[in-house]
Design a protein around this ligand. Sequence first.
Ligand code: 13P
Ligand code: SF4
Length: 345
Amino acid sequence: MELVDHTLRDDQIPDHCPIPLSDAERDALKSEIADQLKARGAVLIAHYYVDGAIQDLAEETGGFVSDSLEMARFGKRHAADTLIVAGVRFMGETAKILSPEKRVFMPTLQAECSLDIGCPADEFEAFCKAHPERTVVVYANTSARVKALSDWVVTSSVALPIVRHLHEKGEKILWAPDRHLGHYIKTQTGADMMLWQGTCVVHDEFKTRGLQDLLALYPDAGVLVHPESPAEVIALADAVGSTSGILKAASELPHRMFIVATDKGMFHKLRQKNPDKRFIEAPTAGDGATCKSCAHCPWMAMNHLQVLADLLRSETLMRANEIHVDPEIGRRAMVPLNRMLDFKY
Ligand code: 13P
Ligand code: SF4
């Protein structure tokens, strides 16, 4: 079966620049949301790429901020029966699949992911059927239906050890959807991997030439890269890792300054944890004034304090933004997800 390019067209990417809040507006919304979370017995789980104020609020109210793997673990483990997931839809769906008895809500269900959009389940099923001899490994950034078709789900935190383990067992892999992450894992492990051709609209934009120019200006800077970036950008990295991997490398490496190739939401936690270090954005190719050029995921940006406050004060919006996963699909998707969570490395 022919490999199709699943890069999104520009008109499939929303322009999403939220209006900034004043300090007073931000504090008032945070306090209202904290009260609502308490009244509803709900816990807020946020990804590192969402608005810094939402990340702080999650931590201040007993919730959690992390990468996609640890968000899934936390939601499953926590006693609360209501989870509010600030991130993109696959993160809310993962929480629901792992805890079908809990109610899971998101500020907006329109918060998608280019990798998820670029891997439609019907097309992916045909691809799997054309290669029945291969073990199907899918990235967490996919729909519940695609996960249900897989043998393993992985996030960028655990993709390397899991694929290495499968390769050592002699298994050939069908990988989807991110081609850059797939290529990185293939080169690191030597595994036989057939790669679906999807990309992240944010990381695909980082460019080698701009990064080299910046490195010429700051030769002592360390380079931190998320593996959804192109191979030539990864080749310039001092550390390649998931969002939590980037955070860890920033505190462990000796550099005083870092150029960071990942979504700019990440800078909030990087600066909070490393106040004595300097972080600058890796350059993108864009001409400016578009979401693709500002290295901020337009879907993550939909997680705005105002939207979250509106959700929690309205039963109608809560109903409209609750995550539902077909129970049979959920049961099937839970198997490869739990395989990932149980994997020891
Ligand atoms: P992490 O699993 O590294 O948090 O990444 C999720 C993601 O969507 C990166 O673009
Ligand atoms: Fe998806 Fe990229 Fe946004 Fe992550 S940053 S959620 S991979 S579009």
